[in-house]
Design a protein around this ligand. Structure first.
Ligand code: PNS
Length: 177
């Protein structure tokens, strides 16, 4: 079993690509969302859990969980043997190497495995997606459609209201017909 830890604030197409690749290699893959009360995330833990659950519903060997504290301790507690992390570009490598080596120092039995997401997602990050969305820019193609809607709801509450109204109108029309 492997774990794929991260903040997933929000999940991107790059994350999903890695989850799909990981699910083909590992018998079981646990996507583990860090509960981090220090950072103030854009999406609550419950929202991130729900999005990731929906996005991985078709992958039977993938489950979503949350963790707090040291990642290696959580990994040990669920008997995971591997940590999966994605490397997009050389710039990711330094930080990832540092984390992998420090994690190995704390827990030598846990191996970190790096995989590369599809190159078309090599520039996609949650931070930049948040920035673009908050500035009202397009995030189509960077995140799954359900995340795109959630982002729009966050930055534009009127969008949510509009979407709810559209559903109501179409329900009323169906009733009449
Ligand atoms: O998606 P992210 O934010 O790059 O993920 C980073 C994450 C969650 C994998 C990392 O910050 C982490 O493992 N945090 C838990 C605390 C911990 O174990 N820190 C030591 C890392 S060497």
């Amino acid at each position: 079993m492997a774990i794929y830890p991260g903040s997933f604030d929000p999940p991107t197409n790059g994350h999903l690509d890695l989850i799909q690749r990981g699910s083909k290699i590992f018998e079981e893959l646990v996507v583990a969302i860090l509960r981090n009360p220090e950072k103030s995330p854009m999406f609550s833990l419950a929202e991130r859990l729900e999005m990731l659950r929906q996005l991985t519903a078709d992958l039977s060997n993938v489950r979503i969980d949350t963790f707090d504290g040291l990642m290696v301790e959580y990994a040990k507690s669920i008997d995971a043997m591997c940590v999966l992390r994605g490397i997009r570009a050389v710039s990711d490598y330094e930080y990832e190497l540092q984390m992998a080596l420090l994690n190995r120092k704390i827990e030598p039995t846990l191996e970190t495995v790096f995989m590369m997401p599809a190159d078309k997602y090599s520039y996609v990050s949650s931070r930049l997606v948040r920035e673009v969305a908050q500035a009202g820019g397009p995030v189509k193609g960077l995140v799954p459609e359900i995340v795109e809607h959630k982002l729009r709801e966050k930055v534009d509450p009127a969008y949510k209201l509009q979407a709810t109204r559209l559903v109501e109108v179409s329900r009323k029309r169906k009733k009449k017909a």
